[in-house]
Design a protein around this ligand. Structure first.
Ligand code: ZN
Length: 122
């Protein structure tokens, strides 16, 4: 990893608290394991209400698209015990992750434009 690749300026990203888990992991490409180890996501295969996630360390598991799941909560609160050495999550990504904020009534829901039409909130 080239150290010059670091992000010049940290821009805070805001996402809604109720953003869907899949949209969130699609965006940040990180996954906290049950033990609190942060893995880098290589592939997300969506299938119905679930998705098969493949990490960079080649672990594969199924997850459901729940905003209230353990993983969603961990991601929103940015809890993690450590980072997977095999996935080698780069420093800038972790910084980006920790500068991400979740607000109740502010920020992106990461919806695409079509879905935004007719979408009413508050
Ligand atoms: Zn890993």
């Amino acid at each position: 990893m080239n150290p010059k690749e670091t992000v010049k300026k940290q821009i805070k990203k805001y996402y809604r608290k109720r953003v869907e888990l899949f949209r969130l992991i699609d965006k940040i490409k990180l996954w906290p394991s049950r033990k609190g180890v942060l893995h880098g996501i290589k592939i997300i295969d969506k299938m119905g209400d679930g998705a098969r996630i493949t990490t960079h360390c080649n672990k594969t598991f199924m997850v459901t698209n729940s905003r209230n799941s353990r993983a969603a909560r961990w991601l929103r609160n940015k809890w993690f015990e450590g980072v997977c050495t095999h996935c080698a999550v780069p420093e800038w990504k972790l910084e980006k992750y920790s500068s991400t904020r979740f607000k109740r009534h502010y920020g992106s829901l990461l919806l695409n434009t079509d879905e935004k039409k007719g979408f009413v909130e508050n």
